[in-house]
Design a protein around this ligand. Structure first.
Ligand code: AMP
Length: 187
């Protein structure tokens, strides 16, 4: 079962992805985590992206697409992909479609966690204290939300036509969102 979790930064995609990963014995693919790991290991990619990431800007499609290419084509992960934070642009969504077709796979569920800006701001402020992420300062949060609105709206239009698209109110409590997701996942 391949699943996409989609929504603004702070919508709870990571939390739900971890839950789904356990439930379906899948692989969580968080491009945010993959990119932070590149920075931590000080790789060539890490050096290129550190400023943009700390600034709340999107990393280039080229870099992100390259990071997920091998993961999608990995036979061990086939049919067990849980995307958290990818795709985030139309070009990424189209790239993912192609990668899936080429490896004879499809998306089974798209969960759109829809949350308004003020709820997000409060949540990310809390996460800043709990996780001490350097991209979680208020002005960066606002930038990340604006980038999301600008770049990600076309992805929403792209996926909302898909019969597997499901919108969930992301302002609900974590357990309530999980319960809604559970109603779709028949394992
Ligand atoms: P996240 O952990 O998903 O909130 O992502 C943190 C940051 O990583 C974002 O603000 C972007 O700078 C970068 N990032 C993560 N995923 C992507 C993506 N799919 N495309 C571009 N940049 C990304």
């Amino acid at each position: 079962m391949n699943i996409i979790l989609f929504g603004p930064p702070g919508a709870g995609k990571g939390t739900q992805a971890k839950y789904i990963k356990k439930k379906v014995n899948g692989f969580q693919i968080s491009t945010g985590d993959l990119l932070r790991d590149e920075i931590k290991r000080d790789t060539e990619i890490g050096k290129k992206i550190v400023n943009d990431m700390n600034d709340g800007k999107f990393v280039s499609d080229e870099i992100v697409n390259k990071l997920i290419r091998n993961i999608v084509s990995d036979p061990q992960k086939k049919g067990k992909l849980i995307f958290d934070g990818y795709p985030r642009s139309l070009s990424q969504a189209k790239n993912l479609d192609l990668l899936l077709i080429n490896s004879n796979q499809k998306i089974d569920y798209i969960f759109f966690l829809n949350v308004k800006k003020d709820v997000i701001i409060n949540r990310i402020k809390k996460r800043k204290i709990e996780e001490d992420r350097s991209d979680d300062d208020l002005d960066i949060i606002l930038k990340r939300f604006d980038t999301y609105m600008k770049t990600t709206k076309p992805v929403l239009d792209f996926y909302s036509k898909n019969p597997n698209f499901n919108e969930i109110d992301g302002a609900l409590e974590i357990d309530q969102i999980t319960a809604k997701i559970d109603t779709f996942l028949q394992v």
